[in-house]
Design a protein around this ligand. Structure first.
Ligand SMILES: Nc1nc2c(c(=O)[nH]1)N[C@H]1C(S)=C(S)[C@@H](COP(=O)(O)OP(=O)(O)OC[C@H]3O[C@@H](n4cnc5c(N)ncnc54)[C@H](O)[C@@H]3O)O[C@H]1N2
Ligand code: MOO
Ligand SMILES: [Mg+2]
Length: 437
């Protein structure tokens, strides 16, 4: 098959698209490509305003200021070793056979500098991290000595400056240590703490409200009646959103009842930066999510040229124009739609580049059909061997088939114009198992 397009996953070109209001609702008549839908989504989403955050709260958030260090690191010349602060010239020629003995005139501990000075023939016992005493230019580690506390016998000559950590050699006061828009992970937190930043300006975690709709759905833990199933979507969506860095409110299940759905949405809007619903967006008599939200005029229900995930909606709700995704009820459709549309939107809210999943070229290991005119996202178990990535389909194609989803670590992305894939064909993979942000 032809090499699949990479365009669905470009990170460039997704930002900066129009922020004009969504066009009037056209229920299920509008056909959109994956790119067009993604563009419509990202056009309505902007990064959340930044707040001053305590340092630990900022872990996993995106920095909204350049960080210039107010201090130098190290803040003073200090010892890299437990040993003796000396004048190197006093130890010229010292060896195990002809050691040099110095008088120990004081002790220098980390955090407890003493005023004592090192003069010719003398030294000061010093610990790692303790400031270098005046007069000393080098440190002899204790292993090179007899460890004496009154006099010390030194069996090796240090180089000038041996084991001394210099003022400002790591970071200079006034130097920029982090750039805005950096995602704060443990390594960045380390630097911020070292330069003494107790608080930083960062964009908050998006607050995501997750609602499952469907009168057949039951909350976990209860018994299932005839025709009932457990609500898995609200857990899937909540897990996806939390793993992507959001703070999640899983509202749970609402019946297929227009008033209940609208009341729940209105009730939840005040605490949401983004809403995800699942179910009720196709052609059924009780697909009321589409019915009620289409009437608002701010949520669109296009037919997206993809499989799974064709029927779904996106728009904004309420005076604050909170973005809302109304994803399809079929569990795999909801999951794939999260990866393709919701994740980039969440990332944009957080202040990150919208797309992050890596793409890889792979060899397909089995044969399957793909619907014409729709981009297909096929669950796959992919592995990287000596010959590159190899991918087998896993878990089936039906968007209700959830059982095998846990064995997938990638989605094979089949372009709209490709209708079959054979074993040995080159395919494109969207890798799912990387670190989430
Ligand atoms: N006449 C047509 N029927 C359907 C079409 C179509 O084009 N014409 N599209 C199909 C496709 S494709 C999809 S995808 C689904 C989308 O369905 P809805 O979004 O309307 O979702 P529901 O009807 O409410 O549910 C569909 C399916 O998923 C199960 N479900 C729903 N919510 C959950 C949940 N929280 N946890 C687990 N499972 C859930 C539900 O029980 C149904 O089996 O429409 C097709 N139909
Ligand atoms: O679009 Mo549905 O999501 O194909 O199963
Ligand atoms: Mg339906």
């Amino acid at each position: 098959m032809a090499r699949p397009t990479r365009s669905a996953h470009r990170t460039s070109g997704w930002c900066g698209v129009s922020t004009r209001k969504a066009p009037p609702t056209r229920v299920s008549l509008v056909k959109r490509s994956v790119e067009e839908h993604l563009e419509a989504v990202l056009g309505r989403v902007t990064a959340l305003p930044a707040f001053d955050q305590p340092l630990m709260e900022a872990l996993g958030l995106v920095l909204a200021e350049d960080i210039v260090s107010g201090v130098s690191l190290p803040g003073f010349d200090n010892s890299a070793m437990d040993g003796y602060a000396v004048r190197a010239e006093d130890l010229a020629g010292a060896t195990a056979e002809s050691p040099v003995t110095l008088a120990v005139v004081g002790e220098q501990r980390a955090g407890r500098p003493e005023p004592t000075m090192v003069t010719p023939g003398k030294c000061i016992r010093i610990m790692t991290g303790a400031p270098m005493p005046r007069g000393a230019d080098s440190v002899v580690q204790v292993e090179w000595t007899d460890g004496g506390t009154v006099n010390v016998r030194i069996e090796k000559q240090p180089a000038l400056g041996q084991s001394v950590r210099r003022f400002g050699e790591d970071v200079k006061a006034g130097e920029q240590v982090l750039e805005r828009d950096t995602l704060l992970g443990p390594r960045q937190i380390a630097v911020l703490a070292a330069v003494g930043r107790a608080r930083v300006k960062a964009r908050p975690r998006p607050r995501v409200v997750v609602i499952s709709t469907g009168s057949e759905l039951r909350e976990l833990g209860g018994a299932l009646g005839d025709g009932q199933i457990y609500d898995s979507n609200s857990y899937t969506m909540a897990a996806c959103a939390r793993a992507a860095g959001a703070e999640v409110y899983r509202v749970g299940v609402v019946d297929d009842d227009a008033k209940k759905i609208m009341d729940t949405l209105m009730d939840q809007l005040s605490r949401a930066d983004l809403v995800i619903t699942t179910g009720g967006v196709s052609m059924g008599a009780y697909d009321v999510v589409k019915e009620v939200l289409a009437k608002t005029g701010t949520v669109d229900f296009p037919s997206v040229a993809m499989q799974p995930g064709k029927p779904q909606g996106f728009g904004v709700l309420g005076p604050d124009e909170v973005p809302i995704f109304t994803l399809p009820g079929n569990p795999v459709s909801a999951y794939v739609s999260f990866e393709v549309f919701v994740r980039p939107a969440l990332r944009k809210l957080m202040g990150l580049m919208p797309y992050q999943r890596s793409l890889a070229h792979a060899v397909a290991l089995d044969e399957f059909k793909s619907p014409p005119g729709r981009r297909q996202f096929v669950r796959a178990a992919a592995r990287l061997g000596d010959e590159g990535w190899m991918a087998s389909t896993v878990g089936g194609h039906g968007s209700h088939l959830l059982g095998g989803l846990s064995r997938a670590n990638a989605l094979i992305v089949v372009p709209e114009d490709v209708t079959s894939v054979r074993a040995g064909d080159q395919v494109e993979l969207l890798l799912l198992d990387e670190e989430t942000r």
